[in-house]
Design a protein around this ligand. Structure first.
Ligand code: FES
Length: 582
């Protein structure tokens, strides 16, 4: 009997007799109808994240069929395996709580099952990051197949795409600009096809980052979910994975040869140039952190100063992902950024970025992707702020914010939880004025809410109805990549672990300066000490079993990518904000 540790013979189940283990495995595999010849082929595992609770992955079955076709064509045996799927709007308290669980599921199933390469299919916000986190330390080649964005819908001649337009219409409804019937009519026209949100939200940003890292085939980030090219990309991903599975094990193109400090820097550049989601900085920090690659927020600021915003997509601009596809795709943006990129980085094709860019067509639609010399904004979409309110940093998506609010000092109007926010934000007696600063506490990773996308605090109804469209809002929460406004997020350390955010009281003065990258609470130290003494810890202790116990005992702050401490490379932990967990 062969001792070859490839294909189905990899990682045998231990019954104390390895020859018997292989015999038993082959007998069970044969029961699924496979013939002897195909059972001897290299195995390509296909990570299936289809779920009735994930509308963005509705087209998973046809993607899987196309990947299988590619694997067979290239001489491999495709075997589909399920993992957890995270449908963004179907999970409570938030999909973010389960990203690390999905990453563990993915990592362990790649390791524990006999496969020589894998294609992981994902798209909805947390799924691609979870899969990349899970794949980072893999000993076999892994290719990401992105599910692709939705096409836009229409209502009475107006083009609509999830979910920037969902928020825009909801804001109109809150401001009484449209009525109940109007908002109901729009509901079924916002999300009209399978695929991920149609704008440069978190899913699209992560798709662009995945392609830039080199973990997906070139040119695949922006192909719409239901386009035939998406199926061709699936077929090509399957074929490439089967090819990689047959390379000499010592020369295999495993993820750690692709996700390197240089490719992570390229991914940060792309995040900034596409005006991408604030969530992506947390996810990229977590992915890189699995391989010991740090992403200090100071590095983000340096890159942001040098990297222009080049694409005109919502929520920063006017277009949608399908327009980026038609305009030439992500390759156009990479070509414009070429002088700033590390061109020696490898992708899953085995080609360098330099080789890739030489071979691509030159077409571009300048309405959607601008040139490096005539950018939409001269500096990158994100900026991190530091100061007495956020010693570990905070994030502002300046490309989607109101520049007139960038140098501001205002009075804090504080909500101490999401429940408090929901109860009082529309109270006609709420003492708030347009130039005040809304502050939300206890919505960070260690809070009850587990860092939901709640940082887009609604404008208090009485101000919305008087025409106020934007205010400074500060929290330890996250924000959907499809949202916009002058919103400071991921304040670190968070309120629930006693960060300075927890000390803010109504009427305190807060000063923000985007120019100086600063965010400060203007309260004297003695008074803050006094408040600190009286602080009651909000750190979760009520879970004594199950996944939530693991979550609250090990989740890191935003500067650690909100990963679990035992999954992050230990070399990074000493420089990051300590979690409040024991
Ligand atoms: Fe899945 Fe937006 S809800 S990507």
């Amino acid at each position: 009997m062969s001792k070859n540790q490839h294909g189905l013979a990899r990682g045998l189940t231990n019954y104390g007799d390895m020859d018997f283990s292989l015999y038993l495995r082959r007998a069970n595999a044969a029961s699924m109808g496979y013939g002897k010849e195909i059972l001897g082929k290299p195995v390509v595992g296909i990570g299936d994240t289809g779920s009735g609770f994930n509308n963005c992955h509705r087209h998973m079955p046809e993607l899987i069929e196309a990947v299988k076709r590619g694997v067979l064509m290239a001489g491999g045996l495709p075997i589909v395996f399920p993992t957890i799927s995270l449908g963004e709007t179907f999970l409570s308290p938030t999909s973010m709580m389960y990203r690390n669980l999905m990453s563990m599921d993915t990592e362990e199933m790649i390791n524990a099952q006999p496969m020589d390469a894998a294609v992981l299919i994902g798209g909805c916000d947390k799924t691609l990051p979870a899969q990349l986190m899970g794949a980072a330390n893999s000993k076999i080649p892994v290719i990401s197949l992105i599910t692709g964005p939705q096409l836009t819908g229409h209502s009475e001649g107006e083009r609509l795409g999830a979910c920037t337009d969902c928020r825009r219409f909801w804001a109109k409804f809150r401001a009484a600009e449209i009525d109940e019937a109007g908002i109901e009519k729009i509901e079924s026209r916002l999300v009209t096809t399978s695929g991920t949100c149609a704008v440069m939200g978190t899913a699209s940003t992560m798709a662009c980052i995945t392609e830039t890292l080199g973990m997906a085939l070139p040119g695949t980030a922006a192909i719409p979910a239901i386009h035939a090219d998406r199926l061709r990309a699936a077929e090509a991903s399957g074929a490439q994975a089967a090819y990689l599975a047959q390379i000499d094990p010592d020369k295999q193109l495993i993820p750690k040869k692709i996700i390197t400090p240089a490719s992570v820097e390229n991914a940060l550049r792309i995040l900034l140039a596409v005006g991408g989601s604030t969530n992506a900085i947390i996810h990229l920090t977590a992915i890189a952190g699995r391989l010991g690659i740090p992403i200090p927020l100071q590095q983000l600021n340096k890159l942001s100063d040098e990297t222009p915003v080049l694409i005109d997509l919502k929520p920063t601009g006017d277009h949608y992902m399908e327009d980026l596809f038609k305009a030439g795709g992500l390759g156009v943006v990479l070509r414009e950024l070429k002088p700033l990129l590390n061109l020696d980085c490898l992708s899953v094709t085995g080609e360098t970025l330099s080789e890739r860019l030489k071979s691509e067509p030159a077409y571009v639609n300048r309405e959607v992707v601008r040139s490096f010399d005539q950018p939409i904004q001269k500096m990158g979409g994100l900026v991190s702020l530091f100061g007495s309110l956020a010693p570990g940093g905070a994030i502002l998506k300046r490309s989607a914010a109101d520049p007139t609010l960038f140098e501001s000092e205002g009075k804090a109007v504080v909500f101490n939880s999401l429940e408090d926010l929901a109860k009082r934000i529309d109270d006609p007696d709420l003492e708030v004025e347009a130039h005040d600063i809304l502050v939300l506490q206890n919505a960070g990773p260690m809070s009850d809410a587990a860092m939901p996308e709640a940082g887009y605090l609604p404008i208090p109804k009485k101000l919305a109805q008087s025409g106020v469209k934007d205010m400074i809002r500060i929290s330890d929460a996250r924000m959907s990549g499809t949202a916009y406004g002058t919103i400071v997020l991921h304040v670190t350390p968070e309120a629930a672990v006693g960060g300075p955010l927890s000390l803010v009281k109504n009427g305190d003065k807060i000063k923000i300066s985007v120019k100086n990258r600063s965010i400060d609470l203007l309260v004297d130290e003695a008074e803050l000490d006094n408040r600190r003494q009286k602080l009651v810890s909000n750190v979760k202790t009520k879970y004594n079993r199950g996944y939530k116990k693991l979550y609250y005992e090990t989740v890191l702050q935003a500067d650690g990518g909100c990963d679990f401490d035992f999954l992050r490379d230990p070399s990074l932990l000493k420089n990051e904000t300590k979690t409040g967990g024991d």
